[in-house]
Design a protein around this ligand. Structure first.
Ligand code: COA
Ligand code: AMP
Length: 625
């Protein structure tokens, strides 16, 4: 039996023994006696009586064990021309003071803190400071508009919001504070304090009652120790797009998450403890949570926090420059980032300018790794390129080529095989297992391994209905795909109203709610269509109300502005087309899949249930224009 098969079978047949062994790798305050038990909702929970602290594992533990002088975090910011390295001692001490600063504001274990920050070291420190106090953080990606921030504030009800005066996007300075002020004004929940990190590129005006200057409060604060928490206590809430306008608060626990993070660093990425790991993502996304902040630090590695883009900061050599300068061993980013590099440097000339001898492998996730991008990166870098599939809900790879267990041959378009701990099956609409190569719903058999969400924040029904009730005994991933005869998994895309734009997960349902609310619009459909660079881009199709007189261009402009204002620039909603009618089934369901196939130029079969086949010609007609 191969190394992978052995490990996979052990995790499948003896999950408690398997994960007990993995838990042994961590420094618990009280080791768990119970490995797996059901909670009051009947959901499987890992290590329920274990007591620990995630910030302790990420920082103090290394300081106590002779690794305090090792570099923990490197900040590299081409947009501000700054670079700074923090040792484990330095990072621990700063995090302890930020924890003290929060405690001084009355923030206690179980309270929430929202973090809306650009890619500065203080963002990671803020997360770790919350973890230190047993406080639940909720990071909101900086590209989201005030409305999105307001929705998250209302749901998480934070005592404190932490922000910076501005973010920097290539050469554009984006003041954050006005966005925060608007979000709080629009939200029914008001944080008691807003802590603002002033950046020299654009200082913010502070409100005397509510706002706190980060630096002043930091200097006055006393360091705070790690607060013991139960493994099942939440570490963070991370909101992600679902099929409706309201994002889902994915809850991550402390213990299961730490165990999975530690396990994955070796099993998935084959990282040595003294290695340098770089996830070129943003702390606002799950990749940033897991692999910029928690996993590399828990494993004792050096992590890199990069405030820049793969291109234009200043050129398509940025990734290779960082890999060379810090001796990066594993680089992890989204395929879209490499497509952007390929577009600007098709011959790979920049790759050859840098010494990439330390780089062992390149991992990709966030969207399907398309074979042309895979081929280009392999050809230009000569490095192993590994596609791995995961979700905000799991926090780590569901399927991968586990470099630390056994390197399996790559099949382009496949994220290889289920990671030990996950039991992946492909089901038909009735929940029956499908045969090899048959496409269906990709589902995970319960129990899910450590780190996977146990609930949706303050909405357990949504967890049950959105993920568990469709196929009893399974978690439904929302992705469609198939397993081939050798057990390789091919993820073919979402089967719900979620799209992936430049590796960012967005809800077309939410965009439809915004577009449909325009006074001129009778009904609409927003679909994700193929885009060479960003993978997918949203396009809106709108039907006007009878008697409305508005020029198509004017309406399109208003709709684009509205989506940008409500969701944010990151939605990349730039095209709205007026049609006479939308293609529907006789029961009134909009045929979004067929519309997408038409837009992508794919072969399609006219659904037998269609009400008016000529409505498809209408879609073809407007797209040709
Ligand atoms: N704060 C404020 N605005 C932001 C932002 C942030 N943190 N991130 C993005 N935006 C804005 C951008 O400025 C841009 O605004 P514009 O319409 O005014 O130009 C818009 O949101 C779209 O941004 P983006 O999708 O990043 O497009 P881009 O053209 O600037 O860059 C890529 C394209 C491919 C280089 C970029 O999307 C990328 O690096 N993607 C990698 C994705 C990734 O890391 N995913 C995480 C999962 S691994
Ligand atoms: P997020 O929760 O933002 O990480 O997005 C998760 C979604 O991104 C998944 O449900 C998939 O649709 C998609 N995704 C992530 N990684 C991959 C991958 N390697 N291959 C195909 N799709 C992926």
């Amino acid at each position: 039996m191969s190394g992978y098969q052995q490990e996979y079978l052990k995790a499948q047949t003896e999950p408690e023994a398997f994960w007990r062994d993995q838990a042994e790798q961590l420094d618990w305050f009280e080791k768990p006696k119970t490995i797996l038990a059901n909670d009051e909702n009947g959901i499987e929970r890992w290590f329920p009586d274990g007591v620990m602290n995630t910030a302790w594992l990420a920082l103090d533990y290394h300081c106590e064990n002779g690794r305090g002088d090792k570099t923990a975090l490197i900040y590299d910011s081409p947009v501000t021309a700054k670079r700074q390295a923090y040792s484990y001692f330095e990072l621990r001490d700063q995090v302890a003071k930020i924890a003290g600063m929060l405690a001084g504001m009355g923030v206690e274990k179980g309270d929430r803190v929202v973090i809306y920050m650009p890619m500065v070291p203080e963002a990671a420190m803020a997360m770790l400071a919350c973890a230190r106090l047993g406080v639940i953080h909720s990071v909101v990606f900086g590209g989201f508009a005030p409305n999105e921030l307001a929705v998250r504030i209302e749901d998480a009800e934070p005592k404190v919001l932490m922000t910076a005066s501005c973010g920097i996007e290539v050469s554009k300075v984006i003041p954050y504070k006005p966005l925060v002020d608007k979000a709080i004004m629009d939200s029914r929940w008001k944080p008691e304090k807003v802590v603002v990190l002033q950046r020299p590129e654009s200082a913010a005006t502070l409100d005397q009652e509510r706002d706190v200057d980060w630096q002043t409060a930091y200097e006055a604060a006393q360091p705070h120790d790690c607060v013991p928490v139960l493994a099942t206590d939440p570490l963070y809430i991370l909101y992600t797009s679902g099929t409706t306008g309201k994002p889902k608060g994915v809850v991550r626990d402390n213990g299961g998450h730490a165990v999975a993070m530690k396990y994955s660093m070796k099993a998935v990425y084959d990282m040595p403890q003294d290695g340098v790991f770089w996830a070129a993502s943003d702390v606002g996304w799950v990749v940033g949570h897991s692999y910029i902040v928690y996993a590399p630090l828990i494993h004792g590695c050096t992590t890199i926090l990069f405030e820049g883009k793969p291109v234009r900061t200043p050129d398509p050599g940025a990734f290779w420059r960082v890999c060379q300068d810090y001796g990066v061993n594993v680089l992890f980013s989204a395929p879209t980032a490499f497509r952007a590099i390929k577009k600007e440097d098709p011959e790979g000339n920049y790759v050859n300018e840098y010494d990439l001898s330390s780089l062992k492998s390149i991992f990709m996730a966030g969207e399907r790794l398309d074979p042309p991008t895979y081929d280009w990166v392999v050809e230009k870098t000569g490095k192993p390129v590994i596609d791995h599939w995961w979700q905000t809900e799991t926090g780590w790879a569901i399927a991968c080529d586990p470099m630390g267990i056994e390197v399996m041959p790559v099949k382009a378009g496949s994220s290889t095989k289920p990671t030990p701990g996950y039991q992946v099956e492909v089901l038909d609409a009735l929940g029956n297992s499908l045969k090899a190569n048959q496409q269906g719903y990709v589902a995970l058999k319960r129990p899910l391994p450590p780190s996977c969400l146990p609930t949706v924040w303050r909405n357990h029904d949504r967890f049950e209905t959105g993920y568990l009730s469709q196929f009893p005994g399974y978690y439904v991933s929302g992705d469609g795909g198939y397993l081939d005869e050798e057990g390789y998994l091919f993820i073919m895309g979402r089967i719900d109203d979620v799209i992936n734009v430049a590796g960012h997960r967005l809800s077309t349902g939410e965009m439809e709610e915004i577009v449909g609310a325009h006074p001129a619009v009778a009904e609409c459909a927003v679909i994700g269509i193929h885009d060479e660079l960003k993978g997918q881009l949203p396009v809106g199709f709108v039907v006007l109300k009878d008697g409305v007189d508005i020029a198509s261009d004017q309406l399109a402009g208003e709709l684009v502005a509205k989506v940008r204002e409500e969701i944010g620039a990151v939605a990349c909603f730039k095209l709205a087309l007026v049609v006479d009618r939308l293609p529907k089934t006789r029961s009134g369901k909009i045929l979004r899949r067929t519309m997408r196939q038409i837009a992508d130029g794919e072969q399609y079969v006219v659904p037998s249930t269609i009400d008016d086949p000529s409505s498809l010609n209408e879609i073809e007609r407007v797209l040709q224009r």
